[in-house]
Design a protein around this ligand. Structure first.
Ligand SMILES: *Cc1c(COP(=O)(O)O)cnc(C)c1O
Ligand SMILES: [Zn+2]
Length: 431
């Protein structure tokens, strides 16, 4: 049996609750195939670290939270894998006020090495792959998970195979190829690519990163919750106080877009870890935002159902276009157990949110990255938030990922001859 890092205690099935030791399981529950939560030994974590220790860490990445992760130190100093996370928590002047919120923050996760939130999961999965001696990693992806795995695998010199739908945006396909992965564009949906990747992993003995199916994806994603609490505490206690607080403070509400449901599940896990350690007093309400054309989890939430019915996904937000959410049960639980909710937004609202974030916050988000902000606007209209509450919107991916959609969100620029007169006329025409 490989020696396990300090605090990794095993797994618990999210459906039947059965607990398993760290070995020999790799993916889902042998009883019912449901996704597994990673269990940590919190006493062991507390022996290794405190909020003050972490606040003093020079590590400007997810690796500052190593004692709370189920992997050991991956090494690879100086590589892109060590620069994942610790993205800015912005408080853009005027943005919250325009919605009647005094304390609105944006967590800008487009500023990761491969420009999406998915780097968090892929970095931890690659660290795990090295620990278990995997020779090849594979994932199915709508684009970002693949780009992130390809990038993190390149950083660790680990061969990667990516299956993406042929319809993925060009920038994401370019990233896969530039990072040197073996890329196969599947004539079919993300869901079909997902099933194929499971078969390939089994047939060829590859380590599979697939979202939700691999328990370490949520463990990587939970680091955003740690950052949100640590950074929020820093912002709110800043002014002159030298002493680092012995506990952190969680926001009242967090908004995030949902496709497979692994990000919201990972965020939930992160807040639960901090709560179990006594480092935060309570969990924030978690709000999942789905596109009207891809709303399987939101539909189940609003119907009060346990079972999630697949849909035929149709939305311009490609990163959250999912027929059958692969982490839907935990995504439902995240909102239900925290007193949050699900919101459904139209594609037109997503495009509008992209323009608003760009103009009012200087944040360029891809459609799925802006969807959470569109959901916040809907929640405000529905009276779900108090004006003084601290609200964090997670912007999950950069707008450079899908420039064609960005151009749909704004009016096009006039083309003019290079004369002052033409510029003057054009300015008057577009005023
Ligand atoms: C993957 C992704 C999401 C949704 O995450 P899920 O875990 O599938 O719910 C949202 N935004 C972006 C940019 C993504 O890449
Ligand atoms: Zn089970």
């Amino acid at each position: 049996m490989a020696s396990e890092p300090g605090s990794f205690r095993g797994y618990r099935c999210c459906r039947c609750g059965t607990e398993y030791p760290p070995e020999p399981l790799t993916y889902t529950c042998p009883e019912d195939g449901a996704n597994l939560d990673v269990l940590l030994d919190y006493a062991a974590v507390a022996r290794q670290a405190s909020p003050q220790d972490i606040a003093a860490s020079p590590e400007g990445s997810i690796w500052r939270y190593l004692p709370l992760l189920p992997v050991g130190d991956p090494g690879l100093a100086g590589s892109a894998l060590r620069s994942v996370g610790w993205t800015p928590l912005l408080k853009p002047p005027g943005l919250g006020e325009s919605l009647g919120l005094a304390r609105l923050y944006l967590k800008d996760d487009g500023r990761n090495p491969t420009a999406s939130f998915k780097d968090r999961a892929s970095a931890v999965v690659v660290a795990r792959a090295r620990e278990i001696g995997a020779e090849v990693v594979i994932t199915a992806s709508t684009g970002n998970a693949g780009a992130a795995l390809a990038g993190m695998a390149a950083a660790a010199k680990l061969p990667a195979v990516i299956l993406a739908p042929r319809s993925a945006p060009q920038a994401k396909i370019a990233q896969l190829l530039i990072f040197g992965a073996r890329v196969f564009l599947v004539e079919g949906t993300y869901d079909e690519a997902f099933d194929l990747s499971l078969q390939a992993a089994q047939a060829f003995g590859w380590y599979c990163r697939n979202t939700g199916y691999n328990p370490f994806t949520a463990e990587g994603k939970k680091t955003a919750s740690f950052e949100i609490c640590e950074q929020l505490t820093g912002v709110e206690t800043a002014a002159g106080t030298a002493a680092k607080p012995a506990a952190w403070s969680a926001p009242e509400a967090v908004f995030v877009s949902v496709g497979d449901g692994n990000i919201i599940s990972g965020l939930h896990k992160g807040f639960r870890d901090l709560h179990a350690l006594g480092w935060i007093e309570r969990l924030p309400r978690l709000y999942g935002v789905q596109s009207a054309g891809s709303a399987a989890v939101a539909n189940a939430f609003l119907a009060g159902a346990q079972e999630i019915q697949p849909v035929r996904a149709q939305t311009l937000a490609d990163s959250i276009s999912v027929d059958l959410p692969r982490d839907g049960e935990r995504a439902l639980r995240a909102a239900r157990e925290t007193g949050g909710a699900y919101l459904i937004v139209e594609d037109a609202e997503i495009l509008q949110a992209m323009a608003t974030l760009g103009r009012q916050a200087a944040v360029f988000a891809e459609p799925a990255g802006a969807a959470a902000f569109a959901g916040l606007a809907a929640a405000v209209r529905q009276g779900m938030l108090e004006p003084e509450e601290r609200v964090v919107v997670v912007v999950t991916g950069s707008g450079l990922k899908d420039v064609a959609r960005a151009l749909q969100a704004v009016a096009s620029a006039p083309v003019i001859p290079p004369t002052l007169e033409a510029l003057r006329q054009a300015m008057e025409a577009s005023a």
